[in-house]
Design a protein around this ligand. Structure first.
Ligand code: BTN
Length: 253
């Protein structure tokens, strides 16, 4: 994707330095990922609301007041670039656990679920070579089901899971701190150092259906290998490993 035209914003952001990041905070933007597209690495953007929040598969992402809408710009040279979505998922889970959330699991590649409902989603964009934008949406005290009734039984929020959810500022700090640590660890030690912490997050092996850009394939998903490929065992006893770009969609069945 070509770098988008820089986003114009009605008001100047509040800027602060925290956990090794420069954070720019807006009241409203179209999408924090698009604002972050023009920024250097280790800068981040948070907005109170997004008017055109973007989800995976060109879906829209409900971004109402009270949720955490955050984008972080990180270095993304190969081979680390391919596994950034998985590493970002780990960082989000670590941050949410530190905030007190229990019973977290990930649905490949990086949906964060509690009780099979989506608490957080990630969208990784690469607008220019060597740099990635990690976009993170966490439902906190917002009410996404008021905008999309279909989310009533599919989404959850920190307000439903914790007696007192953290403030958006505290949660942004936790997330950015974990992201900085995880990405630094990836760059220093490689993906295999993080793999033992990522694979338990899938919550055990489960039956899935993969859309391999047209062909559909069923089997048991048991985790990720050291190259970041999804491992699938088929009913016939065979096995296959798929790179993320080969899998258009994974459905748990
Ligand atoms: C998904 O699960 O489909 C991904 C959702 C990602 C939403 C976040 S909110 C902050 C950032 N800005 C966006 O426009 N999208 C991501």
């Amino acid at each position: 994707m070509n770098p988008p035209a820089p986003e114009s914003s009605a008001s100047a952001p509040k800027t602060s330095v925290l956990e090794g990041w420069t954070l720019r905070e807006y009241s409203v933007v179209a999408s924090t990922n698009l604002v972050a597209a023009g920024l250097p690495v280790w800068e981040a953007v948070r907005a109170d609301t997004q008017t055109a929040g973007r989800g995976r598969f060109q879906r829209s992402w409900v971004s109402d007041q009270g949720g955490l809408w955050l984008s972080a710009v990180v270095p993304a040279q190969p081979p680390a670039a391919n596994v950034l979505p998985l590493v970002a998922g780990l960082a989000v889970c670590d941050a949410l656990r530190a905030a007190g959330v229990q019973g977290l699991r990930m649905r490949w590649p990086n949906d964060v679920l509690v009780n099979d409902r989506k608490l957080a989603g990630l969208l990784v964009d690469q607008f220019s070579p060597g740099v990635a934008v990690l976009g993170i949406g966490v439902n906190v005290s917002n009410q996404p089901e008021l905008r999309d009734a279909g989310l009533k039984h599919r989404a959850t929020r920190l307000a439903d899971l914790l007696p007192a959810p953290p403030s958006l500022e505290a949660l942004a700090r936790l997330l950015l701190g974990q992201l900085r640590c995880s990405v630094n660890e990836l760059l220093a030690k490689g993906f295999s150092a993080l793999l033992p912490r990522i694979n338990p997050l899938w919550g055990g092996a489960r039956l899935v259906e993969l859309d391999l850009d047209g062909a559909v394939c069923r089997g048991r998903f048991s985790g990720i290998d050291a190259e970041g490929r999804l491992i699938l065992s088929t009913e016939s006893g065979g096995g296959a490993a798929y790179a993320a770009h080969q899998v258009r969609h994974l459905a748990e069945i």
